[in-house]
Design a protein around this ligand. Sequence first.
Ligand SMILES: [Zn+2]
Length: 194
Amino acid sequence: MSGGAQFTKWEETVRNGGILIYDVGSTASGWSTAISTAETRFNALSTALSLKVKIRAAKPEEKASAHILVAAVNGSYTFDRGKSIPPGTGSLPANGNKGATEYKATTDGLVRAYIFLPLNSKHGDFMKVVMAVHEFFHASGLHEHSDLAKPDIMAETMMPSGPDKVEAGVFNSRMMPPIWMSNETGAKIANCWS
Ligand SMILES: [Zn+2]
């Protein structure tokens, strides 16, 4: 979070559980299908690469204490960072190409992540799933993006290319296999959960 750290671990009790519970706020109802698919894809990657973290939607009684809050925004947003710390702020255009993940942390690690998505994304369903999976992996604690020479789901720049592909990183002629993760990125996430 500070000092150029490329990841922040969740607090130990969360890490020990190996589950991040997310809640999709009412503003993000237009994303609910994409997010549900993103959960499936996230968990499949987690299994394949032994990432040690899975995600699932909050049950009604878990909403208030969910680890990850998902909201859709039109412009500026704020998020709680804890007592006696000013709220964090950021901004996303409503029809933008990207989401954002923000964090609340204590000295023991992350205690909450906030995923912000554009309110009126013009993207098709597949790209929305890609965007959601990308932000969920940020929410798992990894701040950095994948190497430009080896773009995967954590590439900093991804653009849709037809209904079921995206172009990633500097290799604009290279089609990224749908929702793929390199072993290198997987090792970084597993490290956040060890
Ligand atoms: Zn990112």
